[in-house]
Design a protein around this ligand. Sequence first.
Ligand code: ZN
Ligand code: ZN
Length: 457
Amino acid sequence: MFTRTLAAAAVLALLPTPASANLDKAADRAAESDVLAWDFVEGISTEVGPRQAGTEAEARGRVWAVRWLRANGFANVADEQFMMDTWVPGDVMRATVVAPYAQPLEIVPLGNSAATPAGGLTAQVVHFASYAALEAAPEGSLTGKIAFIDHAMRATQDGSSYGFAGPARWTGPGLAASKGAVATVIRSIGTESERTPHTGGTSFADGVGPTPAAALSNPDADNLARMIARAGDRRVMLRLELNSRQIGRTQSGNVVGEILGRDRNLPPVLLACHLDSWWNGTGAFDDGAGCGIIAAAAKAVAASGRPLRTIRVLFAGAEETGLWGSKAYAAAHKGEPVFVGLESDFGADRVWRIDSNFSASDPELYRKLAASVARFGVAPSREVASGGADLNWVREQDGALIDLQQDGTRYFDLHHTNNDTLDKIDKAQLRQNVAVWTVVTGILANHPAPIQRAPTR
Ligand code: ZN
Ligand code: ZN
């Protein structure tokens, strides 16, 4: 009898509870037939399109997203507005080699680039094969010259090459300016070989005035490097013409909405994405898809039964030009605890790995999450989740984080280019994202206990 009871208890422990069976069904339904994530990204990329941070286009995107969340039954939908310093790309973006091999090159300005004088500036180009080579250049050695940072990026599944290649864009122009450069062009931080330059933010250190800074498409960077090699002792002269500029303080906002939980006193599960995009694409991959994925998952969890905890979605504003939205959110919601934060901001290709920052301190919960997504082809890991850029403040507060790592193999083919358009989204992979997010969000939103976290300091 005793043995039979034990055996029965063991079987019961393995059987899914009614709630988890409903959640599994909801995830299966999402994998097969979710249309909500697509509805969001198709809608916003069609009816709004590019959503440059702090501009009228981003404001239209917020109005659109508020309406969409309300129409889909989210509670407490709001546009939490804030002011930001706004940069605009302008409409003049030309680069021309004037000697010795005169021809035009394809460029886009980098976020925070200064304008050139009207009519452009012309100067000798100095080639740096890598960021390290630029670092090694003597102080003052670039006075009056244009730096060309030719730092190539390769595709990787986990996107890790962004960390290697990114500094050429993030801080390269400022570093060149500190050594006297009048402008900088970089090889695009991108992995395809199309004539589509990749923009993205750059920043200039205090005391270094912003200079004109632009990205060349990969084939144009190849061409410029060949010209410099062939020119020998002759100077390669480039004319750069940009009217990108800062326009002062303008309004942006964070759009939020909630699926209300049964116990409003428990800290919510926070799902994040960003609503703004660069001006040149339609913000489908980056990051319309992410907002569609998290919203569709939150709705799918709600459809499987009211969760214990509230699920809050945060469509952050102005991520691209300096994380203005997440900083404003952290300031406006100071002191409000978050149960766990997750962000979707890596395109629309399939999730392949689940990382957390509590797999060692709360192994039971981590194992449950990892087991729940194995059937969607998602692998467990010991990597420590860092959260998305809009959740930096959660990490800084030692909050719990999960990263649902997406396949990034082709992400940097499209990232920040005019090719970031809806047709690049694979509907089956988008649905797999929603399925994985649904089961993970559902488990977290029904988890009564706090997540055990190892002290980090
Ligand atoms: Zn981006
Ligand atoms: Zn993004």
